[in-house]
Design a protein around this ligand. Structure first.
Ligand code: UTP
Length: 295
């Protein structure tokens, strides 16, 4: 059994501008864009619930209220659906238990690190998870558990800080946070000895990039408190995490599953196609449609 404090809280930073997806994200938060029929934020919250997380903390900003409303009760809609004899179970996963969802505001999008810091009072003195909802993490075809559930299981063994990583071709590393790997603990778990945000390809310590899931200790909030701006003039979470290495255990877990970068147009199209093809209720038709289009 574990002696590590359980992970019960998760922070969802959703205050970014989503400039890579304009004009779609001008009036709609990118986290509300739907892959087939579920918005990105819904996939992330479902993954958190599967991992045993109970409290969802959304760091929002102007124009992001649709995200909070998505998890609210939709009286008119539900009443009308009931009157018309429609099945309401389709709304089940978008309902929150009262008190489960908390929002804080990031007034100015100063970077991911700053967004996380905005949640410090609610995180308090507990370990917490972070989800970047535009990174869609999906189990492998044919089953398996979600990314955060795999991470929580690993965290229960090693404690400390844990980030999800995946390998990309070396020439792509300069767009991401990259780890310097240390001792290999198991097939999927490795120690982290360094972290660098968006390094030039020649200086990257590995091709293992930080993907959008983290379990961190609350001390990171104190590091963020005094953190200056880093790459891109933003307050970077990667820089704050790098300072924690050596003071607390720090591991990287390779996710057994798939990741789609839905913050980019290509990644979003790929995710839509992949998930639609796998759906029992439409996969065959989507395949036939794709074949027709490819002609
Ligand atoms: P991204 O790097 O994807 O930035 O942020 P972005 O602004 O959302 O999108 P682009 O690059 O302009 O297209 C990673 C995550 O951190 C959040 C974003 O909402 C996203 O979930 N974020 C980023 C904040 O909440 N606040 C920030 O200041 C920056």
């Amino acid at each position: 059994m574990t002696s590590h404090k359980p992970v019960k809280k998760a922070v969802f930073p959703v205050a970014g501008l989503g400039t890579r997806f304009l004009p779609a994200t001008k009036a709609i938060p990118k986290e509300m864009m739907a892959v087939v029929d579920r918005p990105l934020i819904q996939y992330a919250v479902d993954e958190a619930r599967e991992a045993g997380i109970e409290q969802m903390i959304f760091v929002t900003g102007r124009g992001k209220t649709a995200i909070v409303e998505h998890f609210d009760m939709a009286y008119e809609l539900e009443d009308t659906m009931k009157e018309r004899g429609k099945d309401l179970s389709v709304l089940d996963s978008s309902r929150a238990t009262p008190g489960d969802i908390i929002t804080v505001r990031q007034q100015v999008p100063m970077g991911l690190g700053h967004a996380i810091w905005c949640a410090r009072a609610i995180v308090g003195d507990e370990p917490f998870a972070i989800f970047l909802p535009d990174e869609l993490m999906i189990p492998n075809k044919g089953g398996g558990t979600g990314c955060m559930k795999q991470m929580v299981e690993a965290y229960n063994e090693v404690g400390g800080n844990l980030i999800s990583v995946l390998e990309v071709p070396q020439e792509e590393v300069s767009s991401y946070g990259v780890i310097a790997p240390g001792k290999q603990v198991s097939d999927t778990l490795t120690e982290v000895t360094g972290l660098v945000e968006k390094p030039p390809v020649a200086e990257a310590p590995s091709n293992k990039i930080v993907s959008g899931r983290y379990i961190l200790q609350p001390e990171v909030m104190r590091v963020l408190e005094t953190q200056g701006k880093g790459a891109g003039g933003e307050i970077q979470l990667t820089d704050a995490m790098a300072k924690m290495i050596g003071t607390q255990p720090f591991h990287a877990a390779t996710f057994a599953g798939r990741r789609f970068d839905c913050g980019s147009k290509l990644g979003f199209v790929e995710a839509t196609l992949a998930l639609a093809l796998e759906r029992e209720d439409m996969g065959a038709e989507v395949r036939a449609m794709a074949e027709r289009l490819l002609g």
